[in-house]
Design a protein around this ligand. Structure first.
Ligand code: NDP
Length: 307
């Protein structure tokens, strides 16, 4: 097969050099994406070097235009640029459309320009699957009402959950989320609630999954989680509840639930799996998930040692 007709030909520019790829955000210097993405490229024998660029919101449009001129392959997009990526893309996947945020862009000039996707949805579901958890017919609770929570709620409802209580510090943000996502899933009971358990209409309902999708663990890592563990699993908890924190490491949420929990996981696997899905979308090749997870865990433990 000639190079022009191989499936990977589109990964290269006309002059044969690899099309650039990487992650943008602000700040960006702590991003783990280069660690696991470079392993995915290397394991697939591709010469690409996945980069990390610091881009402020006011620089985003110009960066995207330059990247288009330079024939980039794609980009991962992190805070605070996910909404801008969604707005400025030429076309969006259904997930990205519903969530109002994109974490992955693919440049396809033949299709009209930048295409936007949200691989947080699939990354989250893959991470649940790795824990042997299936949302089908399950009652669940999601704490937080930002972009990550939207991805989680969309994923759970799409996978057949029957109930999703969206609990948030600002009730109006939870209500807005429900207003946006619930119309896609009439079969799922999705409702908003404030942080205070005394005001929860669903307190007696046992829940098999509780997800922390707040940024509390990043912003205030030393503080206590704002909801007491006793309330998180529901009053009739059967101890089979899976507690899932989107933030990784030793978080206030995981500290609150761990003594109580049969299963508690952090967001590292989701981070790697959303990256694996982005890699597969850009390249059409299989991402080596296990190896990607392994190098990321190793990089984190080395970071811990160097502190
Ligand atoms: P947003 O800024 O969009 O939303 C933050 C949410 O956290 C809001 O609901 C906010 O409440 C709530 N919040 C912030 N501080 C507190 C607090 N002290 N107490 C209670 N609630 C609080 O962030 P994202 O949705 O984009 O991200 C949320 C988290 O998920 C981040 O930590 C991010 O790193 C993580 N994440 C992990 C991913 C992974 O792959 N593992 C992927 C994507 C995100 P309010 O509405 O009241 O302001």
């Amino acid at each position: 097969m000639s190079e022009a007709t191989t499936p990977t030909a589109r990964l290269y520019r006309a002059d044969g050099s690899p099309r650039p790829v990487g992650v943008i955000g602000y700040p960006i210097n702590h991003s783990l994406s280069p660690v696991f993405q470079n392993v995915a490229f290397a394991e697939n024998h591709l010469p690409h070097h996945y980069e990390r660029w610091e881009v402020k919101p006011e620089e985003f449009s110009a960066f995207l235009e330059k990247a288009r001129q330079e024939d980039f392959l794609g980009l991962n997009v992190t805070l605070p640029l996910k909404r801008l990526a969604w707005e400025q893309a030429f076309a969006r996947s259904q997930e990205a459309d519903a969530i109002g945020a994109a974490n992955t862009l693919l440049l396809d000039d033949a299709a009209g320009g930048w295409l936007a996707h949200n691989t947080d949805v699939g990354g989250f579901l893959d991470a649940l699957h790795a824990e042997d958890y299936n949302p089908l017919k399950q009652r669940t609770m999601v704490i937080g009402a930002g972009g990550a929570s939207r991805a989680v709620v969309f994923g759970l409802a799409g996978a057949g959950a029957v109930e999703i209580a969206v609990v948030n510090r600002s009730f109006e943000n939870a209500a807005a989320l429900v207003g946006e996502i619930a119309p896609y899933f009439p079969q799922c009971n999705i409702y908003a609630a404030p942080l205070d358990p005394a005001a929860w209409p669903f307190n007696r309902n046992p829940r098999t999954l509780v997800v922390n999708a707040t940024s509390q663990g990043i912003l205030s890592p030393g503080e206590e989680f704002p909801i007491a563990a006793d309330y998180l699993a529901g009053r009739d908890a059967d101890r089979r509840t899976l507690f899932f924190d989107l933030t990784y490491g030793d978080t206030p949420f995981l500290r609150a639930v761990r003594s109580d929990a049969a299963q508690a996981v952090d967001g590292l696997s989701m981070l790697v799996y959303q990256g694996a899905l982005a890699f597969e979308w850009w390249t059409g090749l299989a991402a080596p998930r296990e190896k990607m997870l392994q190098v990321t865990q190793q990089a984190l433990s080395e970071r811990g040692k160097s502190k």
